[in-house]
Write a protein that binds this ligand. Structure first.
Ligand SMILES: NC(=O)c1ccc[n+]([C@@H]2O[C@H](COP(=O)([O-])OP(=O)(O)OC[C@H]3O[C@@H](n4cnc5c(N)ncnc54)[C@H](O)[C@@H]3O)[C@@H](O)[C@H]2O)c1
Length: 446
């Protein structure tokens, strides 16, 4: 039997073992979804703490809910390990490791390439390897596959598309979004050849409701970047509208809601304090970098990046003005920043604009504290290490501060108490709208 047929039969009979490499925001829900689809799953991570917590059924990603880790830990079809020599046990290996930016905004493929090397060392006939980490078009075929083959010194005869199979399938996870899950978000799949596309499509169909095959890995890679660039550009557009409309005395949030009543040709994006998360501030620059190779500029992406990175500065400028108008200086003021996570109801602080806001306020001489029930202690991120601890949002605490800056609108915050007790609120998320009557000029949107 050919390697293709053998693997197809295993997938169809739910006996194909799936190895998920990288059990973070993307890999963990994916492992759970494919496990629920009936497949045996072997999870791999370099982080011993995560592997140990999974064995004990302890949840380290709160937004997923406790059942994800308990389902897995109680199952005899799931195991997590740090032992990468076991990659050969997996019939299908799915790679969900980080793809951050380097110091000069260049793609950092080191995690992907280290993983390709590990997979290559135990590569065998009948394996399918799928890359999920967001990256530029061409990575799977031109970077990932060669790295895997270079490491497969024990099996130089193995041919891609005949003996083993390689595909790309972008992750569209949106942590904290309740309306969709890994199972219900349609999944794109593009192989380096038709056989790889077909096998990868079959695997995902075991757990995902709708799988959409595309003609190549490059199409799948580029589609993911287009989705995220679309968001980055539209967020920049509405942030620019905020700057302009605020100067004109027009309420941008009301304008966006008004425009949203159009049933076609418009999609709402809301302004905020800047971009955050592991995707939108980072992924567009993967394309920018690759575009240089073909000598094409990515002007939209760079302009959006410029506008979005200016937003924390704008917010602090507006806050400074608001305090000045009330006869107060930022220097020496006690300021409480609400929300350290980059978006509501998640504990993820990667690239969060709150860090930038806190640093800018400190640089102006403010005494800054933060409150975030989901992030009780700040931990180091790419550019910042604040070493701070969250304060509770009690009426007594609110009254201690000269100003409160709403950076992230978690639903757990008591906005009523904030509206009643705060001396001044700078609201970047339009979270205090229901209390604007009560607050009067103690509320400033920024
Ligand atoms: N977080 C999101 O919402 C999201 C959405 C879509 C796509 N993505 C993309 O998915 C990929 C993963 O992102 P994430 O948010 O899950 O990251 P993450 O940091 O939450 O998880 C990555 C995991 O990989 C592990 N890891 C690091 N190096 C490893 C190695 N060499 N071998 C095995 N495990 C290793 C880490 O310990 C961590 O558990 C990235 O390319 C990202 O751009 C993320």
């Amino acid at each position: 039997m050919s390697a293709f047929k053998a693997l197809k039969t295993k997938i169809e009979s739910a006996s194909a073992v799936v190895g998920v490499v990288g059990l973070g925001y993307v890999g963990l829900p994916l492992a759970h979804t494919l496990h629920r689809g009936g497949l045996p799953v072997l999870g791999f991570d370099v982080d011993e703490k995560k592997v140990a917590m999974l064995a004990r059924g302890e949840n380290y990603l709160k937004h997923l809910g406790a059942e994800v880790t308990t389902d897995l830990s109680e199952s005899d079809r799931f195991e997590a390990t740090t032992d990468f020599t076991r990659l050969g046990e997996a019939d299908v290996v799915i790679v969900c490791v980080p793809t951050p930016l380097g110091r000069h905004q260049e793609p950092d493929l080191s995690y992907v390439l280290v993983t390709a090397d590990m997979i290559g060392r135990t590569l065998r006939a009948g394996q399918l390897v799928v890359l999920e980490s967001t990256t530029y078009p061409g990575t799977t075929r031109d970077d990932f596959l060669p790295a895997m083959r270079a490491a497969a010194t024990h099996a130089p005869h193995l041919k891609p598309g005949e003996d083993f199979f390689v595909a790309f399938s972008p992750e569209r996870e949106d942590p904290g979004r309740k309306s969709h899950s890994t199972q219900t978000i349609p999944k794109l799949v593009g192989g380096i050849d038709d056989a790889s596309t077909e096998l990868a499509t079959l695997v995902y169909r075991r757990g995902v409701d709708q799988v959409v095959p595309v003609s190549t890995a490059e199409v799948a890679e580029a589609a993911k970047l287009l989705e995220n660039i679309f968001r980055a550009v539209n967020i920049a557009l509405v942030n620019e509208m905020k700057l302009v409309l605020t100067e004109m005395g027009v309420d941008v949030w009301e304008v966006v809601r008004a425009a949203s009543t159009k049933p076609f040709g418009y999609m709402p994006f809301f302004p905020g304090p800047g971009l955050g998360g592991h995707c939108i501030p980072i992924d567009p620059f993967y394309l920018t970098w690759k575009a240089r190779e073909v000598g094409k500029p990515t002007r939209f992406i760079e302009l959006a990046g410029e506008i979005n990175t200016q937003m924390p500065h704008y917010v602090i400028e507006r806050m400074t003005r608001a305090m000045n108008d009330r006869g107060r200086a930022v220097k020496g003021a006690k300021v409480l920043v609400l929300g350290l996570a980059y978006k509501p109801d998640v504990d993820d602080t990667r690239e969060s604009p709150s860090f930038e806001l806190i640093e800018l306020l400190r640089r102006r001489g403010a005494q800054v504290e933060y409150s975030d029930p989901l992030v009780p202690v700040s931990y180091p991120v790419r550019k910042h290490d604040l070493q701070m601890t969250s304060v509770d949002l009690t009426p007594e605490n609110i009254r201690r501060f000269d100003a409160v800056l709403v950076s992230t609108n978690h639903s757990a915050f008591d906005y009523g108490a904030l509206a009643e007790h705060a001396r001044l609120v700078i609201d970047t998320r339009d979270a205090l709208r229901p209390f604007e009557g009560l607050m009067g000029d103690r509320l400033v949107r920024a």
